[in-house]
Design a protein around this ligand. Structure first.
Ligand code: WQD
Length: 337
């Protein structure tokens, strides 16, 4: 299949590109490099020995987006492009609404115009809002806890309407839990610009000496060790989930389908830090700090739907995720000094 990956140079997009190319699919990437770089695309090409057609542009620019569809024939689009920092979205909601909504609209319009009927969307477990019934199933109640989360939820709803109006259209919402780690080749990985917001990249930068210590946000939650619980999933598993969605799309019903992509297992922040230390031979300096506003105490997935319908299941360990995340961080740090 020939698949357009918007935001394909980013953390999740680049790993998905690797999986698709390794499986023999063709990939076109459109990315404005606002939170990624062209070097990831070159690394993907080097690792797979395959050429990737690259458009260095912002797909929320409808004219540029149309041009991509005029110059290629796609079987599917995986839409990763979008801003993703929760805290930043609270400070700059309109920036998030403009970018995330306009890019989704431009891509969907171009797809309809060119008869491309499979849209896979980079959604998030954040669409479950403050729902406390664990594990989260696709039919759990939905809600919004940040402008970022609102963009994910509203784009899911937009897709539902687009499907109703276009009976041949299929939209697959992939609700990610907490992706961590890097591809075994270390060709690509996670190395956010600036101070990381998410736990694993922060942990890696403390371990590599770039940051002094980790603040563990909250030790007084109603969980066994008092820290939050999340469903951390290896990025390579998340990437293979996208491939399963594309490859199994023929058997999906027309209209919208939603899938959780997680492991089904909750791990606390304290547990993750100790796995990281034992795998990497580190003793990461950390302090317990107050709760971070907006954090839900516990979040983990029921993954039976993706398992049954897509034939997909996470298989990599958290040990592997911690080892590759840190190895990729060290590779980047060495490159810089
Ligand atoms: C995990 C746990 C923190 C940093 C977010 C988005 C989600 C998705 C992934 C986008 C929490 C704790 C974190 C730190 C800490 N989207 N933590 N110290 O919040 O579960 O999910 O990222 O990319 O939509 O909401 O992930 O990695 O930020 O936090 O103690 O320095 O680690 O409080 O309990 P989160 P996270």
């Amino acid at each position: 299949m020939n698949v357009l990956l918007t935001g394909g140079a980013g953390y999740i997009g680049s790993h998905t590109a690797l999986e698709l190319l390794r499986a023999g699919h063709d990939v076109v990437i459109a990315d404005d490099f606002s939170n990624s770089s062209e070097s990831s695309v070159r690394a993907i090409e080097k690792e797979t020995g395959k050429k990737v057609r690259l458009y260095a542009c912002d797909v929320s620019d409808a004219l540029k987006c149309k041009m991509i569809f005029e110059e290629n024939k796609f079987d599917a689009v995986i839409h990763f492009a979008g801003y993703k920092a929760v805290g930043e979205s609270v400070a700059k909601p309109l920036m998030y609404f403009r970018n995330n909504f306009l890019s989704a609209i431009a891509v969907l319009e171009s797809m309809l115009e060119h008869g491309v009927n499979l849209f896979v969307f980079s959604s998030s477990a954040t669409v479950y809002g403050t729902c406390q019934d664990m594990p989260l199933v696709e039919s759990s109640s939905l809600g919004v806890t940040s402008p970022y989360g609102r963009t994910k939820l509203v784009i899911e709803q937009m897709c539902e309407d687009v499907c109703k109006a276009n009976p041949d259209f299929k939209a697959v919402m992939l609700r990610y839990f907490n992706p961590i780690g890097a591809d075994a080749s270390l060709a690509v990985g996670e190395n956010p610009k600036g101070i990381p917001n998410n736990l694993m990249p922060y942990l890696c930068k403390v371990a590599s000496g770039e940051l002094d210590h980790l603040s563990v946000f909250g030790k007084d939650y109603d969980t066994p060790d008092g820290t939050c619980i999340r469903d951390f999933i290896h990025i390579s598993d998340l990437a293979s989930g996208h491939m399963a969605a594309v490859e199994k799309s023929g058997s999906l019903p027309k209209g919208i389908s939603c899938f959780n992509l997680g492991t089904g297992k909750g791990t606390s922040v304290d547990e993750l830090v100790s796995i990281f230390n034992s795998v990497n031979g580190n003793k990461v300096k950390f302090v317990y700090a107050g709760r971070r506003p907006g954090d839900v105490p516990v979040s983990y997935a029921d993954v039976s739907k993706a398992n049954e319908v897509l034939g997909w299941k996470a298989s990599h360990s958290l040990e592997d995720a911690c080892a590759t995340a840190y190895a990729y961080q060290m590779k980047c740090s060495e490159g810089r000094h």
